[in-house]
Design a protein around this ligand. Sequence first.
Ligand SMILES: [Zn+2]
Length: 67
Amino acid sequence: MPLFKYRCRDCGEEFEELVSLANSNNVECPHCDSRHTEKLVSKFATIGSSSSGTSAGSCGSGRRGFT
Ligand SMILES: [Zn+2]
């Protein structure tokens, strides 16, 4: 399944979601359970699975809000 990036219009949370194409326009915000989410333009999936040697760690995605 493709990875899409979404932003919640209610709380402003940005999150990435693995969704099928059938559900890509019907995604709940994991933060506030709102369905007012919009799909952002995603260039490629950034899950931190860089299997090709060095990677510049300026992207900093992967874990969010775990403090
Ligand atoms: Zn939200």
